[in-house]
Design a protein around this ligand. Structure first.
Ligand SMILES: [Zn+2]
Ligand SMILES: [Zn+2]
Length: 279
């Protein structure tokens, strides 16, 4: 039995074989997930009325983590199915950027970057989706694993999170000039964040998004204390209460370490949990 988050587009997950292939690192592909149908953000949603009024399912693990309610429903669809959560986004951010086409309502002139430095491509040229399926109550893995190139998380804004590399063995610092005021740019695929995205988190404890291992990423401060946590592990993680739970749980923070004099890396890794591919 599935539990739907009623304010999200409701679609049937009956056909979804959520036998998620947990990939260790680098988002290496596993063909088994290819059999999963893409969740369509369409109006032809199939409602299951019997499930809408209940927050629990038969497994007892069926209460969607409240942090997921912060994801922008105009871009991101979150569906709980048993103990797993499927997060699908159109990849487009809900805020301004110079990377929108000039005639787009959210376009703004570049400030910290310039037309000369900007990466090719506009945000709205991306047509597709990203989907991540994680455990609703993730646990730390026996071993950590390195993040890889491409999307390593999905932000509350709708766009995806990258690590601190720009290409195979290419550090981000060579591309910093192309990043907009949200520490994000386009190419080679969709708009993505590398650095603290100040449109929705600037030196605070706001939720940034969910990392591919199912743990949430918060801003530089922790809601549990209102200031910078001092007990972070190598991944920027620790266990405490948050604004979303009164039961202490493991989560990541943007580490409060200045990068290139002015920036904060979102999530260099490693994953502390079992990361799933975002595709
Ligand atoms: Zn990049
Ligand atoms: Zn914290």
């Amino acid at each position: 039995m599935q539990t739907n988050l009623s304010q999200y587009f409701i679609t049937s997950l009956i056909t979804l074989g959520l036998t998620l292939a947990l990939t260790g690192c680098n988002g290496s592909s596993d063909s088994s997930i290819d059999t999963v149908d893409t969740i369509e953000s369409s109006d032809s949603a199939t409602e299951t009325d019997s499930g809408d009024s209940s927050d629990e399912d038969d497994t007892g693990t069926g209460i969607l983590h409240s942090a997921y309610y912060e994801f922008d429903t105009d871009h991101v669809e979150v569906v709980l199915n048993g103990g797993t959560v499927s997060i699908e986004t159109n990849g487009l951010p809900n805020h301004t950027s110079p990377y929108w086409s000039a005639d787009h309502a959210l376009f703004v002139e570049p400030t910290v970057t310039s037309y000369e430095q900007m990466a090719p491509g506009n945000i709205d040229e991306f047509v597709g989706t990203y989907t991540l399926t994680v455990d609703n109550t993730p646990e730390k893995a026996a071993d950590t694993s390195a993040t890889g190139l491409g999307a390593i998380g999905i932000a509350v804004s709708g766009s995806v999170i990258y690590n601190d590399e720009e290409g195979p063995g290419i550090a981000l610092d060579g591309a910093v000039g192309s990043l907009d005021f949200n520490g994000a740019h386009t190419g080679p695929q969709s708009y993505h964040y590398h650095l603290e995205p100040i449109s929705f988190s600037e030196d605070d404890s706001n939720l940034i998004g969910v990392i591919a291992d199912g743990f949430f990423l918060y801003g530089r401060k922790c809601n549990s204390t209102g200031t910078y946590p001092t007990d972070l592990d190598a991944s920027g993680g620790h266990t405490s209460i948050t604004q979303h739970t009164q039961d202490a749980e493991y989560h990541y923070h943007i580490q409060n370490e200045v990068y290139l004099g002015a920036y904060y890396i979102l999530f260099p890794g490693d994953y502390q949990g079992n990361a799933s591919a975002i595709r």
